[in-house]
Design a protein around this ligand. Structure first.
Ligand SMILES: Cc1cc2nc3c(=O)[nH]c(=O)nc-3n(C[C@H](O)[C@H](O)[C@H](O)COP(=O)(O)OP(=O)(O)OC[C@H]3O[C@@H](n4cnc5c(N)ncnc54)[C@H](O)[C@@H]3O)c2cc1C
Length: 400
């Protein structure tokens, strides 16, 4: 592939970069700008979102029909990386998980009526959404262990079961739910849409976690007779796994795009420190072991960018890019952890303090190796591809 961005996308990338530098990064230093869960306060976020809208950079990944710019996946890679140079960035542009992935799947597979009812309010920033798949005693790495059931009764589906780690559930209005509709091993799951105001479900708890939280936290939900009209089924009965795979293909990759921005910002903070800090008769930057650490981090980030861009390009060509997305997800999750740890170390005690966002990033980064498929599971998928494809595993893209 050719890695050159079109002039329009390059201009958008630069505008996002400037906006993040001038309007968002300065907010990070003031602790009053944070909510109780270490994310940006909702009122400050609302003001920021108005500024993004006025600047014409709102939800660039969403189609113009729903208020975005309709950019493709390659362009998203370039833009999301810039947004997440600030820990507050993605939410400000309406490009944060899980809304971002939910908008993507609703736009891709929703009916016109479903898009109007469920997608438009998220795209316009009026409501938040959540995606409910993982279960405490069932579906985790293995979706075939989904125990939450949807039973047909007349024109409705009755939902019973439990989900957990549902990001953003507290305060979300629109939910996508994966439930079992039959015992068929491939077509046993179905995707549904429900509204927070519907009766028959409950948030049992907001699960305490080690890192800062997305708005709405990570919640455990119970379902006790939630009724969903058949018109709120997403795709066909039995297509739940398909919905998940289509959603996660791009959603996993957008995590990589954002994580690369965070890793780059960590390096920016490290560079500022090592260039000015004296140690043993020289600046820190003059010591060779420091240079090795920086060089290693820079190279890891660039490998992640190449893997991410390659997968983005394949998605734009119509491929599911499963192995490319898996490779990017494994590598970038590892790189984020490694680079943030290195940046923290390079800042000495300052890195361990709350004077920089590095400790925030350090705690946040750990989830990258778990969310949207643990690294081990992605490696298992790659191994399956290798067994099937042999040396064609490393083809130059003719399998698109
Ligand atoms: C911060 C956060 C946010 C999340 N948000 C959401 C959300 O919004 N919606 C949602 O539905 N889910 C969400 N999840 C759940 C997430 O998708 C799961 O954590 C992930 O899929 C792994 O499943 P599990 O935690 O059940 O791990 P398990 O399946 O219990 O596996 C435990 C560990 O075993 C290892 N393992 C598992 N299978 C294999 C294998 N085949 N080979 C080798 N090793 C293996 C891995 O190391 C894995 O970490 C979130 C999780 C976190 C941490």
């Amino acid at each position: 592939m050719d890695f050159t961005l079109t002039p329009e996308i390059e201009k958008l990338r630069q505008r996002i970069r400037c906006f993040v530098d001038e309007e968002i990064i300065p907010l990070e230093a003031n602790k009053d700008n944070y909510d109780a869960h270490e994310n940006i306060r909702e009122d400050i976020l609302a003001t920021l979102r108005d500024k993004v809208k006025s600047a014409g950079m709102w939800a660039p990944q969403v189609s113009p029909e729903f208020g975005g710019l309709g950019i493709n996946t390659v362009a998203m890679a370039a833009c999301y990386e810039e947004m997440n140079r600030s820990i507050f960035g993605p939410a400000a542009f309406n490009c944060a998980a899980p809304d971002e992935g939910n908008m993507f799947i609703l736009n891709r597979v929703g009916t016109p009526e479903q898009k109007k009812r469920w997608l438009r309010p998220i795209a316009e920033g009026h409501v938040r959404s959540a995606f409910a798949m993982t279960e405490p005693k069932g579906c985790g790495s293995d979706p075939s262990l989904t125990y939450t059931t949807a039973t047909k009764a007349g024109g409705k589906w009755i939902i019973n079961g439990r989900k957990w780690f549902i990001t953003g559930a507290k305060g979300a209005q629109h939910f996508i739910l994966i439930a079992r509709t039959s015992d068929d091993s491939r077509k046993g799951l179905t995707a549904f849409l429900f509204d927070a105001d519907d009766a028959g479900w409950n948030i049992e708890r907001r699960i305490p976690i080690m890192g800062p939280e997305e708005h709405g936290g990570h919640c455990e939900l119970s379902f006790d007779g939630l009724e969903i009209p058949d018109e709120n089924r997403l795709m066909n009965v039995g297509d739940g796994l398909k919905v998940t795979q289509i959603r996660l293909g791009t959603a996993r990759l957008t995590h990589c795009m954002r994580w690369l921005g965070m890793a780059k910002r960590a390096m920016e903070i490290a560079l500022e420190y090592v260039e000015t800090r004296d140690s043993f008769g020289a600046k820190l930057i003059d010591h060779e072991t420091i240079q090795t650490k920086l060089g290693d981090a820079a190279m890891s980030i660039q490998i992640g960018r190449l893997l991410t861009m390659n997968a983005a390009w394949k998605l734009d060509q119509g491929s599911f890019a499963r192995k490319e997305v898996s490779m990017a997800k494994i590598q970038v999750a590892y790189t984020l952890n490694k680079v943030v740890d290195a940046a923290l170390q390079l800042n000495g005690a300052r890195g361990y303090s709350k004077d920089t966002p590095l400790e925030w990033m350090y705690r946040y980064a750990r989830q990258a190796k778990l969310v949207d498929g643990a690294s081990e599971v992605h490696k298992m998928v790659l191994s399956r591809n290798l067994l099937n494809e042999r040396t064609d595993f490393w083809s130059w893209g003719h399998d698109v």
